[in-house]
Design a protein around this ligand. Structure first.
Ligand SMILES: *Cc1c(COP(=O)(O)O)cnc(C)c1O
Length: 400
């Protein structure tokens, strides 16, 4: 039996705010009733504001993986060529899924230490003069490495070479935490889910869909039933779903959207940047290495930290869990045992973060890992500065 609240500092599922938990504590209602239609309309319209789109958003009762599959089966045909980028573990899994559906993936190799390079994508598309590539598929925030890809720049690269491929983006761990603009960046399918920036329990998958993607869905040859967008969009027009929706998660979604909009998306994004910068200040002070090597790509959502040689990250995570009741993210596949990940997304503020960093620093000491004490102090010094905009002139925010 452990006293106090468990610290869930993994980059998804993220902690669910009390306000969202209370909003979900409701009787299940008839999903064919007028009362439900009001909820349905509210969450479908609210989701559009979070994706920054005026086009349709569909919500499946599924994990993010299901929403990945929906993006593929609604737009592509077996044998289609697509371009994907090896940003890390999640990009690799999405690639594998596309392969299972008979899609021919050109996988740009990566070293798992940065986001996708828009220049490399541009060069590859420029060579595809016959326009054989039907889609460019990128993970916005690679949750396994803590590196983001610059989607606006990737769109600009596609426009420069005039390539007509669809742009499909996994925004699963970035939406609601990192600036993301479905319409402005002309993304065709944005894929997301509930348990990361939306601060909900797992169980909802999202696709935001452009006109071009919807047109592709009219002629593509992939079999589908449960994931069919048109089956969803018909009843959605009146606030309904084609089958029993995850009603209580939708109550939570309505509340989570309200929280994000009350704070203001710009402030939400700035808060994540600030907490991430404070985390890096601590990691740098400890003398440990951040996995992401490209400052422009540092993730606002999580920080992956490399263990010093000869020390096992999972052993360290176990020490932190056993001693301080805090879960840190594990290293996945290629970086298993080599990195641990600190989640700083969603329901997280200065003091939550400082407590988490304190747990990491104490864990380093207990586990006998070489480090320089004072990382939490470095994070405190950073966070003592007020957020940009209302900061006194003598305190400049640095390093974000
Ligand atoms: C979590 C995550 C997924 C997988 O989502 P599930 O809900 O576990 O299916 C996919 N991509 C990214 C970037 C993620 O962070």
């Amino acid at each position: 039996m452990r006293q106090g609240r468990h610290f869930l500092q993994i980059p998804g599922p993220s902690p669910v705010p009390d306000r969202v938990l209370r909003a979900m504590d409701m009787p299940v209602i008839d999903h064919r009733s007028a009362q439900f239609a009001e909820l349905g309309r509210a969450v479908l319209e609210g989701s559009q504001r979070i994706f920054q789109t005026s086009g349709p958003v569909v919500i499946f009762p599924s994990s993010g993986t299901g929403a990945w599959e929906a993006a593929i089966v609604n737009t592509l045909s077996p044998g289609d060529k697509v371009l994907m980028v090896e940003t890390g573990h999640f990009a690799t899994l999405w690639r594998q899924m596309a392969g299972r559906w008979g899609v021919d993936v050109d996988f740009l190799p990566g070293d798992w230490r940065r986001g996708a390079d828009p220049a490399v994508i541009e060069e590859r598309l420029a060579r595809d003069t016959s326009h054989a590539l039907k889609a460019v598929m990128v993970v916005h925030n690679e949750t396994s490495t803590g590196a983001t890809s610059r989607i606006g720049e990737i769109r600009a690269a596609m426009d420069r070479v005039g390539h007509p491929a669809l742009l499909m983006v996994d925004t699963i761990s970035s939406l609601g935490s990192v600036d993301y603009r479905h319409d402005e960046w002309k993304v065709d399918v944005s894929v997301s889910c509930s348990q990361k920036g939306f601060m909900l329990p797992p169980g909802l998958g999202f696709n935001a869909i452009s006109d071009k993607a919807r047109a592709a869905a009219k002629t593509n040859k992939m079999p589908r039933s449960y994931w069919d967008w048109e089956e969803m969009l018909k009843p959605n027009a009146n606030g309904f779903f084609p089958y029993t929706p995850a009603t209580n998660l939708l109550y939570g979604l309505r509340e989570a959207i309200a929280m994000l909009l009350e704070e203001g998306l710009d402030k939400v994004f700035a808060r994540h940047q600030r907490l991430a910068a404070a985390t890096r200040a601590a990691v740098n002070h400890w003398g440990l290495e951040v996995l992401c090597q490209e400052p422009k790509d540092f993730s606002p959502v999580l920080t992956a930290v490399l263990m010093p040689p000869g020390h096992d990250a999972d052993q360290f995570r176990k020490v932190v869990l056993d001693n301080f009741n805090m879960s840190l993210g594990s290293g996945l596949s290629k970086v298993a045992g080599k990195v641990f990940r600190i989640g700083h997304l969603g329901e997280c503020n200065e003091l939550t973060l400082l407590a988490a960093l304190t747990g990491v620093e104490m864990g380093l000491s207990v586990a006998g890992i070489p480090y320089r004490a004072g990382g939490v102090d470095a994070a405190m010094k950073y966070l003592e500065q007020r957020p940009q905009g209302n900061s006194p002139a003598h305190l400049k925010v640095v390093g974000s």
